[in-house]
Design a binder for this molecule. Structure first.
Ligand SMILES: O=C(O)CCC(=O)C(=O)O
Length: 315
């Protein structure tokens, strides 16, 4: 296999051609052999106590300012839970389930530039790093309708760029998370599979916007619930099947995350693939939020993407 751009094999292509040895991590003296082996086999890796309490307090304060409408960053999308989306119109922290695309919010975007985060990201993406997709998730107490669940999915379903092995998500717990407040649940090793068909699950009491789930996965697969403390960060592969359960507490479970990609990744055309439907849905939603007439999925992603280290290449 050869790079379309230079005619030579890229590092990723060389790694992907290997029949043995590491495919998902790079040797840059940050990860121990044991950590690399764990990610290679499982598709995720938790680094304890990575983000400071002071930074998490700053992210929390900025989130609250956004919820109070005191700051309105360009491009930011505010999502509400399906059970409260139509009943409460005043914006406040209790109706917001998630904010997406905070790349224009200087304070929140600091998360994507933290040296302690990028140091690990580089182990998966290499030195030229793009921040592609940002979220602060505020999982609300479940109203009894189980809509606070996030169905099992693969993040690659939402992404029109490849190769998948050069993309990684960093997800940082902003407080203690466990099964009670709906921590992440992962199916270890599923990053070695392919992208599966996704659609809205048939949940009786409704599903949140864009919460697509995998239709067929092995019900007997091992599941790991990621119990984490404030500041702990999990790095995971975009094909890893994951989701999160109901929040059965009265608190709002918060996490901040960013998907990073090697700037050498390239956009793909999703027409005719299982991602075509999500492309149409995302574009329709974007049109409601800003002037994006005639935009393709690639335009949407170019608008979101920011260089955080090295050189901007294809994305
Ligand atoms: O934080 C969560 O509950 C799950 C987030 C997630 O998997 C996603 O937004 O893709």
């Amino acid at each position: 296999m050869q790079s379309r751009f230079t005619g030579e094999k890229t590092e990723t292509e060389a790694r992907n051609d290997q029949t043995s040895g590491p495919r998902y991590t790079r040797d840059n003296n940050v990860l121990s052999l044991e950590q690399r082996k764990f990610y290679e086999e499982n598709g995720f890796l938790i680094i304890k106590n990575l983000v400071s309490d002071a930074d998490i307090t700053r992210f929390r304060n900025e989130f609250e300012r956004i919820c109070r409408n005191e700051v309105k960053p360009t491009g930011l999308r505010i999502m509400r839970d399906v059970t409260i989306a139509k009943s409460e119109y005043t914006l406040n922290e209790k109706v917001v389930t998630k904010i997406q695309d905070f790349q224009e919010d200087e304070e929140l975007f600091r998360y994507c530039t933290l040296p302690e985060i990028l140091k690990y990201v580089e182990c998966f993406t290499g030195p030229n790093i793009m921040a592609m997709h940002t979220m602060l998730i505020n999982k609300p107490p479940d109203t009894g309708k189980k809509t606070s669940r996030h169905p099992l999915h693969q993040d690659l379903h939402y992404f029109p760029f490849r190769p998948s092995n050069d993309i990684v998500c960093a997800w940082t717990a902003m407080e203690h998370v466990d099964r009670n407040n709906g921590c992440l649940v992962v199916l270890p090793g599923t990053h070695k599979g392919t992208l599966k068909l996704h659609d809205y699950p048939q949940w009786e009491k409704g599903v949140n916007m864009l919460y697509h789930g995998i239709q067929d996965y092995d019900e007997n697969s091992e599941r790991i619930h990621l119990v984490m403390e404030k500041g702990d960060t999990v790095f995971f592969h975009p094909l890893l099947i994951h989701g999160s359960g109901r929040n059965q507490t009265q608190g709002f479970r918060k996490a901040i995350s960013c998907h990073f990609a090697d700037a050498n990744c390239h956009y793909i055309d999703v027409k005719g693939t299982s991602q075509e439907k999500i492309e149409k849905e995302v574009i329709t939603i974007m049109k409601k939020f800003q002037e994006t007439k005639g935009w393709t999925m690639k335009d949407v992603w170019r608008f979101r993407a920011r260089l955080v280290k090295g050189e901007r290449i294809n994305l």
